[in-house]
Design a protein around this ligand. Structure first.
Ligand code: PRP
Ligand code: ADE
Length: 213
């Protein structure tokens, strides 16, 4: 079942009334679609805010930091992903800097996998391989330590948002260059208007909520 969930629900009111003015800033109404009727999805979508014109004019920025202020909703997101991947024989969770570093490690620990950070340039001290890519608001590069992933290891890639799919494509290329087998990519939020799934072709991408704005 596809459930339409409005982010103007009760739990968003909690965010709107938060004592920190920064957290109350520019909360926009978002319509999101959950992939099934799991009540945890409603809490997750209600706790994510959209900040207009960040980091550039015209960008509707999906901000997961407000989800982190709601431990129950945050845990719900982690639990859904752990349940999905715990019996898939995954030995590597690769998290994309920066927001994949928030969601990747608890999933890796829960499913007994190692965590591999995919970092922005000049952050990793050892030998690295690199992939450049285009974003909705610029271009960037991801790097991974040589030796972090072994040939044939089954990998789950984690990030917060998939928009154009450029970041996930770069991550998949890095992992496949060293012989990793990317089982799936998982993100909390999908922005379907950027058609990231088209760019990702046959690679499966799982998103908890799809934002229609
Ligand atoms: O599907 P795409 O069009 O590639 O966009 C998605 C990426 O954009 C954001 O990261 P950002 O590059 O803003 O980096 P940050 O997390 O370091 O701020 C987001 O966290 C994803 O990694
Ligand atoms: N609109 C958006 N919000 C948050 N992260 C993003 N990454 C690319 N586009 C984004």
């Amino acid at each position: 079942m596809v459930g339409k969930v409005s982010s103007t629900g009760i739990e968003l009111e909690e965010v709107e009334n938060h004592k920190d003015p920064e957290i109350r800033r520019e909360i926009a109404a978002v319509d999101v679609v959950g992939e099934d009727d799991d009540p945890r999805l409603k809490s997750i979508s209600a706790a994510i805010r959209v900040v207009p014109h960040f980091p550039k004019p015209g960008i509707m920025f999906n901000d997961i930091t407000t989800l982190l202020l709601h431990p129950k909703a945050f845990k719900g997101a982690i639990d859904i992903l752990v349940d999905r991947y715990r019996h898939r024989d995954i030995s590597v969770v690769a998290g994309i800097e920066a927001r994949g570093f928030i969601f990747g490690p608890p999933i890796a620990l829960a499913i007994g996998a190692k965590f591999v950070p995919l970092r922005k340039p000049k952050k990793l001290p050892g030998e690295v391989i690199s992939e450049e890519y285009e974003l909705e608001y610029g271009h960037d590069c991801l790097q991974m330590h040589v030796g972090a992933v072994d040939v044939g290891e089954r990998v789950l890639v984690i990030d917060d948002v998939v928009a154009t799919g450029g970041t996930l494509c770069a991550a998949i290329k890095l992992l496949e260059r060293v012989g990793g087998d990317v089982v799936e990519c998982a993100c909390l939020i999908g922005l379907p208007k950027f058609k990231g799934r088209v760019k990702l072709k046959e690679k499966p991408v799982y998103v908890l909520i799809e934002c229609l704005t």
